[in-house]
Design a protein around this ligand. Structure first.
Ligand SMILES: [Zn+2]
Length: 288
């Protein structure tokens, strides 16, 4: 039995600022948290309150509570620079801004989905992702990482396999500025993890050196079965993955000590407090 357990937390709102978001997370019993650095529905560049962000960072340091930022929904690393220059530049500027905010808040990094490409030539999609990552990271000198998240395959059949994630990181000019965020629901929906092949998944990640760069986890159950390619998060233990499979994954060495953030629907009780408690107990091997 390992001594380190994942730091269970949840996604929180920044409605009252970054510092208040961290305080709200701590009040819920979270040991980590995730937030949107700005409006999640657009690719704006936010002139953020640096003092508030630094207060958040200081609080998290005191509490020993790591955090991650999540880039806005429209962020697409596979945006085509030659076909839509303006959209490419907007995406790059937004990502740099996300990293700046994450850094000021003392976060581990900013989570970004692998990318969606719907053009004729899938290779072009991968090239676009590399070009976008290189452009963002060329000028980025902060400590916050870009954390690439595995996809479920609901919009495009890419960014699902550990091989792809590892290759994209390796093919950029700045692999040291990139880490991974593993979403349990996406892994399940994509079919790379069925809940019964956990050892195989762990072995593969080790062979590929994927776990070495794992920095965060999105801890979600799934509303749909394995391999369904449907990205619908369910509360822990209430979906098709189930508590036992999630527990066996969380108990594995690569997950120890990492922020593991719930992105599940807010339960009827109105907060994630009980679910955090439940998942924390599960992670510590004391599932009730
Ligand atoms: Zn996620």
């Amino acid at each position: 039995m390992q001594s380190k357990t994942p730091l269970i937390g949840c996604h929180v709102s920044i409605r009252e600022g970054y510092y208040q978001a961290a305080v709200a997370a701590a009040r819920l019993g979270a040991k980590s948290f995730q937030y949107f650095p700005k409006n999640p529905r657009g690719l704006s560049v936010k002139a953020f309150d640096r003092r508030d962000a630094e207060r958040c960072a200081a609080f998290c340091r005191e509490q020993g509570m790591p955090s991650i930022a999540h880039t806005p929904y429209p962020t697409n690393l596979a945006v085509d620079a030659s076909a839509s220059r303006e959209q490419f530049e907007r995406t790059v500027a937004s990502l740099v801004n996300d990293l700046q905010i994450a850094d000021a808040c003392g976060s581990v990094g900013a989570v970004v989905h692998f990318g969606i490409y719907k053009g004729q030539d899938p290779l072009q999609g991968y090239k676009n992702i590399i070009q976008c990552l290189n452009t963002v990271l060329y000028a980025w000198e902060g400590a916050a990482l870009l954390l690439i998240e595995n996809q479920s395959g609901d919009h495009a059949k890419m960014g699902m396999a550990l091989e792809e994630l590892v290759q994209i990181r390796n093919l950029t000019s700045f692999p040291e500025k990139i880490g991974f965020c593993f979403d349990t629901c996406h892994a399940f929906a994509s079919g790379i993890w069925t809940g019964t092949n956990t050892d195989e998944l762990l072995r593969k990640g080790q062979e590929l050196h994927y776990w070495e760069y794992l920095r965060a986890v999105h801890l979600n159950d799934s509303k749909y079965p394995a391999g369904s390619h449907r990205d619908r998060h369910e509360n822990i233990g209430k979906g098709h993955i189930g508590a036992a499979a999630l527990k066996s994954l969380l108990a594995a060495k690569p997950f120890g000590d990492l922020p593991a953030v719930l992105e599940t629907p807010v339960p009827a009780s109105g907060s994630h407090r009980e679910e955090i408690e439940y998942a924390s107990a599960m992670a510590e091997g004391m599932k009730r």
